[in-house]
Design a protein around this ligand. Structure first.
Ligand SMILES: [Zn+2]
Length: 342
């Protein structure tokens, strides 16, 4: 298969697993709060294992874990000196594990900076550009196949991300995080995507924040509005029209975000259903973001018609002692009776 992401998007569906931040937090390697991917330097084997699990679950892309690995966030945890090392090592690790699969792509990853300010556009744009420039340069030098810019809430910031990625000659997928009804600088999301397409983005879309139910309507509108490939990487949480973003979900009278979201986790069947619907709509890049575990990704891959390495252990309830077919259950009871008798 081709290692050119643009060709892959044009000729089939690309599956991109994410959710590193939440999964590694659950496993005890990322601190909730700052959410900085220190695991890249501190426990590289833990990160390698998760990459491997996503790869076995059918991901076509391993996303280098540099989400929130930008200067400002590293300063916050007093590790600014580790910035370059962390960014470079993250891409190297993703490449190392990608090589265990066949034609697995490696994405460099940049995200919302929290620095962009439309009321102080010139000064803040320069800071954002600097932040993206060093991360994209390191990812390019380490051999990333393309750059995924994510969870951006300002059209202005997204356009800077695109411009920086293009200055390094790499393909760019730019995803908005649709926390609000419109972008934080006042654009309809679909209009923002149109602007990105016009500025040369190779694919545009959405990641994180919204679950399948509240992302699908946006995707239907987006598909009609742009001709370039589109991307959809929702969170596997059951968001609703009343709580369209996972930050709005309420559990037992208080915010579930970010530590009690489990209560809203989509089942494997729900994410599979999302994948089928997204593919039918014409979404070209399908993935899952924060909250996803490898079994969700396998369910998405299988919903897209694939058999992946982890499919070897996909459920077969006919072999279950209580839920299996009559024959199996009867056989089990016979065996069980024999054991009791002896
Ligand atoms: Zn996310």
């Amino acid at each position: 298969m081709n290692k050119d992401i643009i060709e892959r998007l044009k000729t089939g569906t690309v599956l991109g697993a994410e959710g590193y931040l939440f999964e590694l937090e659950r496993r005890g390697y990322v601190k909730a709060g700052a959410y900085v991917p220190e695991v890249v330097l501190d426990y590289p084997d833990a990160l390698k294992e998760l990459h491997r699990e996503f790869l076995r679950s059918g991901s076509d892309v391993l996303v280098a874990f540099t989400y929130y690995a930008h200067r400002d966030k590293l300063k916050l945890i007093d590790r600014e000196k580790d910035l370059e090392k962390l960014n470079r090592q993250a891409v190297r690790i993703a490449k190392e594990i990608a090589a265990e699969g066949e034609d697995v792509l490696v994405a460099g990853n940049i995200c919302n900076t929290w620095l962009y300010d439309p009321d102080d556009k010139e000064r803040s744009s320069a800071l954002v550009r600097q932040t993206y420039d060093e991360q994209v340069r390191w990812a390019t030098e380490e051999g990333a196949d393309f750059i995924l810019a994510e969870t951006i809430e300002y059209v202005g910031e997204a356009l800077i991300a695109l411009e920086v990625i293009k200055s390094y000659g790499l393909p760019a997928i730019i995803n908005f995080g649709a926390t609000y009804a419109i972008s934080k600088d006042g654009y309809d999301w679909i209009d923002g995507c149109r602007q990105l397409e016009a500025a040369g983005a190779d694919a545009v879309g959405f990641n994180c924040i919204r679950g399948p139910e509240t992302l699908l309507p946006l995707l239907a509108r987006l598909r009609k509005a742009v001709t370039c490939p589109i991307a959809a990487v929702p969170v596997p949480y059951c968001t609703t029209p009343d709580a369209p973003a996972f930050q709005n979900l309420q559990y037992k009278g208080k915010n579930a975000f970010p530590l009690e979201l489990e209560a809203f986790t989509c089942t494997r069947f729900e994410v599979a259903d999302f994948a089928r619907k997204a593919q039918k709509l014409g979404v070209n890049y399908i993935g899952l973001c924060c909250g996803a575990s490898p079994y969700h990704i396998r369910a998405v891959a299988e919903a897209l018609g694939r058999t992946v390495p982890a499919s070897k252990y996909s459920p077969d309830l006919s072999q279950h002692a209580l839920l299996g077919s009559d024959t199996v259950v009867k056989g089990h009871e016979k065996k069980f009776a024999a054991v009791i008798k002896n």
